[in-house]
Ligand binder design. Structure first.
Ligand SMILES: [Zn+2]
Length: 261
């Protein structure tokens, strides 16, 4: 298989489905064991994760060494800074429901947000390849450009149902949503649009490729604005939410048992 970014070299490296630094931040470097060890859940199947390099956390090979390394390193770096900032400034972000990228990247804001956007574009491309879908040319080409036009829009929102959880539990809630495709009935059912999401704790990042974004999920962003306004999502129904709240209350009222000496 050829690398989907350069379209040239042999794909020999696997991109992490869930970023290694996200796993490490939430669970430490590993190896993981015991009751609080992370598990990987995919389509209802639960697999224990031994370390941040677990094969369950990687796609199959789709990138060459250079494209998965030196070329995209600035994108990964911009993402790490971004997510670090979100964790550290959680309460003020949740109060304002807005992220100001100048607070994250300072004077290098313009480069920072373009690189952050490219991180998400790469993530989206890897997901498409994994699903056997072609990566749209505009998504591939923008990785090489400073300014670009693309059909891929992002939005950021707060998962209010995850906020019910105490922070030590929600920090480990990291993953990706299902990939939805819009098919063109006139062209042999070829996909013409996609919707996807990934989440870290309460932060949900939604991807809209050639489909109309849901405004409830925040202002749309294409690295074109120093501000992004957060939308909100409530994936649970009332009954599930009540159950969750009671469960959290129950757990916080349960005295911690200690072994008698
Ligand atoms: Zn390559």
């Amino acid at each position: 298989m050829t690398c989907w970014i350069c379209n040239n070299a042999e794909a020999s490296t696997k991109e992490h489905i869930i970023k290694k630094s996200d796993i490490k931040r939430a669970f430490g470097g590993g190896s993981y064991n015991g009751d609080n060890a992370p598990v990987h859940v995919k389509k209802g199947t639960i697999k224990p994760i031994q370390g941040a390099n677990s094969k369950f956390l990687k796609y199959s090979e789709s990138l060459c060494q250079y494209c998965n390394g030196a070329f995209t390193q600035p994108f990964d770096f911009a993402y790490d800074i971004f997510i670090e900032f979100v964790y550290e400034n959680e309460s003020s972000i949740l109060r304002k429901r807005c992220i100001d990228f100048t607070e994250i990247y300072g004077e290098k804001c313009e480069d920072g947000l373009v690189n952050l956007y490219k991180y998400f574009a790469k993530s989206f491309g890897c997901r498409l390849v994994d699903a056997g879908e072609p990566v749209p040319n505009d998504v591939r080409e923008l990785l090489y450009e400073k300014t670009f036009k693309t059909g891929l829009r992002l939005s950021f929102s707060v998962n209010e149902d995850i906020l019910i959880l105490p922070s030590e539990h929600r920090d480990g809630f990291i993953g990706k949503g299902g990939l939805l495709a819009w098919l063109d009935k006139d062209h042999n059912g070829k996909a013409i649009g996609y919707q996807w999401s990934e989440h870290v704790s309460w932060l949900l990042v939604s991807f809209w490729y050639n489909v109309h974004p849901d405004g409830n999920l925040g202002s749309t962003w294409v690295a074109d604005n120093q501000f992004v306004y957060l939308g909100c999502t409530l994936p649970l129904n009332d009954e599930q939410r009540e159950y969750g709240k009671n469960k959290v209350k129950e757990l916080s009222n349960t005295p911690v048992k200690r072994n008698a000496k």
